[in-house]
Ligand binder design. Structure first.
Ligand SMILES: [Zn+2]
Length: 220
């Protein structure tokens, strides 16, 4: 539980040794088991930039992907976002989030989130940073995807990833999968979905994984 202790302020990066798979050069890299958004700004920026789990070999430039469990405490949205590379521990991780939320102190009033891929981790952190409700964004994605599937312009296995918010407030998503790199913009979709579904979403309890599977079941 030490990694989750929001009271002790454990936030020091833990260095560990990586060996470059290409040139075998060993190097040190920082891992962050626990990041507080307003305090650990260097780690937060790495997470937001999709670089938290990447190591670049200083000798040959080879990029190495890492994976380790990380708890992100987003102060502004009161969200505890837990990433684990081990989805077989789902129930245990949910109980750990429960314990944290019940422990009082720094975690009072927080919403739990659990993700098992680094790209979901990064995407959710970015959404929270930009003031979005990630659950509404997931509902939006399902709505968009259903429409595109019906028109035959997207594959069933394609996924939408939040890209950015445009100047007019539209949200653009990257479609990855069968048509990699396609970008679609959605004007005013967020406000609409929040109006339609915000209350129902707020009534959801006991859910930790607000991803595509959840959103698909949630939307009629
Ligand atoms: Zn190397």
């Amino acid at each position: 539980m030490a990694d989750f202790d929001t009271h002790t302020g454990l936030s020091q990066p833990v260095p560990f040794v990586v060996e470059c798979p290409q040139c075998k050069q060993p190097g040190f890299v920082d891992s962050w088991p626990y990041i507080v958004s307003s305090r650990d700004t260097r780690a937060r920026d790495l997470l937001l930039g999709g670089k938290l789990f990447k190591y670049t070999c200083p000798v040959c430039g080879q990029q190495v992907a890492m994976a380790y469990q990380c708890l992100y405490q987003h102060i502004e949205s009161k969200t505890l976002l837990l990433y684990s590379p081990d989805s077989s521990r789902e129930e245990r991780l949910e109980r750990q989030l429960d314990e944290l939320l019940a422990s009082g102190g720094a975690a009072v009033g927080y919403q739990p989130r659990l993700v098992f891929t680094t790209f979901e981790f990064c995407e959710k952190a970015r959404l929270l940073e930009e003031g979005y409700d990630d659950r509404i964004i997931e509902l939006m994605k399902v709505g968009i995807k259903r429409g595109m599937l019906a028109e035959g312009i997207i594959g069933a296995r394609d996924i939408l990833i939040y890209e950015r918010t445009l100047e007019d407030g539209s949200i653009s998503f990257i479609v990855t999968g069968e048509v990699p790199g396609d970008t679609i913009g959605v004007p005013r979709g967020y406000e609409y979905m929040k109006r339609e579904w915000g209350e129902a979403v707020d009534a959801v309890t006991g859910e930790y994984r607000f991803g595509a599977a959840w959103a698909n079941e949630f939307l009629p």
